[in-house]
Design a protein around this ligand. Structure first.
Ligand code: ZN
Ligand code: ZN
Length: 413
């Protein structure tokens, strides 16, 4: 049976400015060759007009209805940092931050920097928090890249709830927020109390930590508090293999996408030089992808920087990065398309003018032996709609791919 290689350029789609988009303007001979060899179309990753997050978009692309399986970013980020999250866990995204003010309580203090001067070495802080904080439930605190991290409260005998508020005020100059229950249940009240206790204890530990004393001496901002946001309860989500009967590999540099791969119990290697930004090592990612496709049935190759550059409103930068990706994917054109179904697409549009995700459909091309090749000869969101796939959704694309590689079961007799 054939395998599926899904290549996702995050936020690739755009809205034309004077009739041009970064993708339509970029010189992309390899992507255009794929368009010529395959069947093309446009795709609403979730549904027409819906603005997907990268997490919900990828769930759909992997054949999971996000309305059924998505329960917030916290658990996915936590899985991405390497925590083995379990169903029922309540997880938050964490920022190390700098706070200032009189008194003991963290909630009396004002946020000076939400990223603690973009601190990068947080290993000792992670250790001190895990050793020093005592809560009435088990927890895992894990640092991520840079100033980021994750907090997981483990649902043991006592019930926990994700219906609680952030402690991150999301703004500099405001006080750290108390976590509040957002529904009138014992679980929500208890969770808020536990979170607030974590906030106070971690602040006391960080405030006195030698690493912060050192940072202060060097004139750097202290990482003396953690701010929590993006709470979610880890869903009961079947693994990719249970759900689809295929072995999954995810080649990505971004914590969020690695997190999805880990939640679905896929193989998620740490690729050397894969950073999730425009300086990422694309060659290494392609190498890993070609290795993975030999062993796994479904490989997701995710490339993030197209989205970052879009959020920055950088038309020229996005165009140039697309050209860089085009050069890097050249080895994929030599795959045997009798054995591999190659899909090139995006998880959503992020127009450079909007600097945010939008519901504009994205281009998609599917290359495999036996597809009904159409007249589209250029990979572009302005041309793809003319192709034979017409307009589909992310869940449709997943099924279409499975059908093409003969892994789809018959409906009816
Ligand atoms: Zn995205
Ligand atoms: Zn984005």
């Amino acid at each position: 049976m054939s395998k599926v290689l899904l290549v996702v350029l995050d936020g690739l789609g755009d809205r034309p400015i004077n009739g041009k988009t970064p993708l339509s303007e970029a010189k992309t001979p390899n992507m255009d060759r794929l368009a010529e060899m395959g069947i093309n179309g446009i795709m609403d990753t979730i549904s027409p007009g819906i603005r997907p997050g990268s997490d919900t978009g990828h769930l759909a692309l992997l054949g999971y209805d996000p309305y059924k399986y998505y329960t917030g970013r916290g658990p996915i980020e936590a899985a991405g940092t390497g925590v083995d999250v379990k169903p029922g866990d309540v997880a938050f995204r964490v920022n190390f931050a700098t706070v200032e003010g009189e008194g003991e309580s963290v909630f009396e203090k004002v946020v000076v920097d939400r990223r603690a001067g973009r601190i990068s070495e947080t290993d000792p802080l992670e250790k001190a928090i895990n050793e020093g904080v005592k809560l009435e439930v088990d927890f895992v605190f894990r640092r991520g890249s840079g100033h980021r991290g994750a907090l997981v409260l483990r649902n043991t005998e006592v019930g926990l709830s994700d219906k609680v508020s952030d402690t991150d005020p999301h703004k500099v100059g405001e006080k750290v927020k108390k976590c509040k229950p957002l529904e009138d249940t014992e679980e929500a009240k208890r969770t808020a109390e536990i979170v607030n206790s974590f906030m106070e204890q971690s602040h006391r530990i960080l405030e006195k930590h030698p690493l912060n004393a050192e940072r202060e001496k060097k004139g750097l901002l202290k990482a003396n508090a953690v701010l929590l946001r993006g709470v979610g309860k880890c869903p009961h989500i079947p693994s990719f293999e249970e759900m689809h009967g295929m072995k999954l590999a995810v080649i990505a540099g971004t914590t969020l996408i690695k997190g999805i791969g880990r939640l679905l119990k896929g193989y998620v290697p740490d690729v050397e030089g894969a950073t999730g930004n425009k300086n990422t090592n694309l060659e290494n990612k392609i190498k890993e992808t070609l290795k993975a496709i030999k062993e796994y049935d479904f490989v997701l190759l995710h490339i993030k920087a197209t989205d970052e550059l879009s959020h920055d409103g950088n038309f020229e930068g996005k165009k140039e990065f697309i050209e860089k990706v085009d050069r890097a994917i050249e080895p994929l054109l030599s795959l045997d398309f009798g054995e591999v179904c190659l899909i090139l697409t995006a998880d959503h549009s992020t127009p450079v003018k909007v600097k945010e995700h939008t519901g504009d459909p994205v281009p998609v091309v599917v290359v495999h032996e036996g597809v009904r090749v159409d007249d589209v000869k250029e990979f572009s969101e302005l041309k793809a709609w003319k192709g034979g796939l017409c307009r589909i959704r992310g869940l449709d694309l997943f099924r279409i791919a499975l059908d093409l590689v003969d892994r789809m079961e018959k409906f009816g007799a």
